[in-house]
Design a protein around this ligand. Structure first.
Ligand code: EPU
Length: 341
């Protein structure tokens, strides 16, 4: 086992924070993962499971053992997992998400194109239930392979076992916190019929004069929209959306509409409405704000950024200030998306 000590996690977190792991190992398969867990048990070390590092804010050094999940491999459909309409593929938890999207599309397997350019690895996709431009991974996920870190048991959970919701899953609850994702299985379509329900996507396609787009054109357009709005973490440290889009009551909605009738809102169950956190933060004047080395992105108010040399504590303080201000102005409580350590 190649366990390193005092390892800088700077290349392993998309904010680029320079903090250290007390001990660190990168695992390429389930057996090495089980061995690393066993080693941590023997030494009574806490374990931190790290995927692509694109959804965490490290505010301090990490005590114990950081296990970086680098399990590779894309298994393409076989005669038993393909039919005239669909095909199943399996991806190791450490596969780069965007590479998986590209690989699927290059083999005429459709359904992932709206999820292009999402930073991170395949294993994190069901944990977050990643979603963008009208598609969530829950729409195409068939099952998730996991290792139970306490019992050592390997299990396959069906998509419905994963209890997926908006940026939510079983894995974020106490009942699922012992599971470590080792691989995911996705059912993709063999029909080139993209999902273009998302308004911003539709509008951009229309503005390009694209009438009946194929999945490749949707992929290209999603990449274009994302590149225009969302900072590339290799150039400007960030963790994507910092807050979830809040769901509010009709009463709360009416109160905000009285202040500004332009608030975009989307009906949900029980007479509730989802509203864009980005809009609230933008209206409150935070877009482009800087607090020393950290700030709010100039093109997307939902993204907090590290301009260089910032740390997790500064991001946490800024996030708290924004949260308090939004509560005061609009009576809405924002919920953080990334994990804070
Ligand atoms: N808006 C503003 N100001 C801004 C940005 C957006 O007023 O600075 C308004 C837009 O005009 C629009 C609304 O807010 O009416 C929504 O904006 P956008 O389409 O950019 O989406 P979002 O709600 O801000 C969500 C996801 C993103 C995902 C996009 C596209 C969450 C927390 N975020 O953002 O996911 O890419 O939709 O589907 O649900 C992520 O999770 O890291 C992420 C980037």
């Amino acid at each position: 086992m190649n366990i390193e000590s005092n390892k800088s996690l700077r290349p392993y977190n998309s904010f680029g924070f320079d903090i250290n792991a007390e001990h660190f190992i990168s695992v390429q398969n389930t057996e090495s993962l089980a061995e690393a867990l066993e080693w941590s048990k023997q030494h009574h070390y806490p374990v931190f499971i790290l995927g692509g590092g694109s959804n965490c804010v490290f505010t301090r050094n990490v005590a114990g053992l950081v296990i970086h999940i680098a399990i590779p491999g894309i298994e393409l459909p076989t005669a038993t997992t393909i039919d005239h309409a669909t095909a199943t593929i399996k991806a190791g938890a450490g596969v780069n998400w965007h590479q998986l999207v590209i690989e699927a599309l290059s083999r005429n397997l459709f359904g992932l194109e709206n999820l292009a350019l999402i930073p991170g690895c395949a294993g994190a996709a069901p944990i977050q239930n990643i979603g963008a431009y009208g598609t969530e991974i829950g729409d195409i996920l068939t099952s998730v392979e996991v290792l139970n870190r306490k019992s050592g048991e390997q299990l396959t959970l069906s998509a419905s076992d994963c209890d997926l919701g908006y940026r939510h899953s079983l894995f974020k609850t106490p009942a699922g916190s012992d599971f470590i994702v080792t691989a995911i299985n996705l059912k993709l379509s063999r029909q080139d019929m993209p999902n273009i329900q998302y308004k911003a996507l539709q509008q951009t396609l229309q503005s390009r004069g694209i009438e009946n787009p194929g999945c490749q054109q949707v992929f290209d357009t999603v990449c274009e929209i994302r590149q225009a709005k969302l900072p590339d973490p290799t150039r400007l440290g960030n963790a994507g959306s910092f807050f979830k889009n809040p769901v509010i009551s009709r009463q709360q909605l009416d109160a905000i509409l009285k202040i500004n009738e332009k608030l975009p809102h989307f009906p949900q169950a029980n007479d509730n409405f989802k509203v864009p956190a980005a809009w609230l933060i933008d209206q409150a004047g935070w877009k482009g704000h800087r607090s020393g080395p950290v700030g709010v992105h100039k093109a997307q108010a939902l993204v907090l950024v590290n301009h260089g040399g910032g740390n997790g504590q500064q991001i946490a303080i800024l996030a708290e200030q924004i949260k308090k201000d939004i509560l005061k102005r609009f009576g809405v409580t924002l919920e953080r998306e990334p994990v804070l350590y």
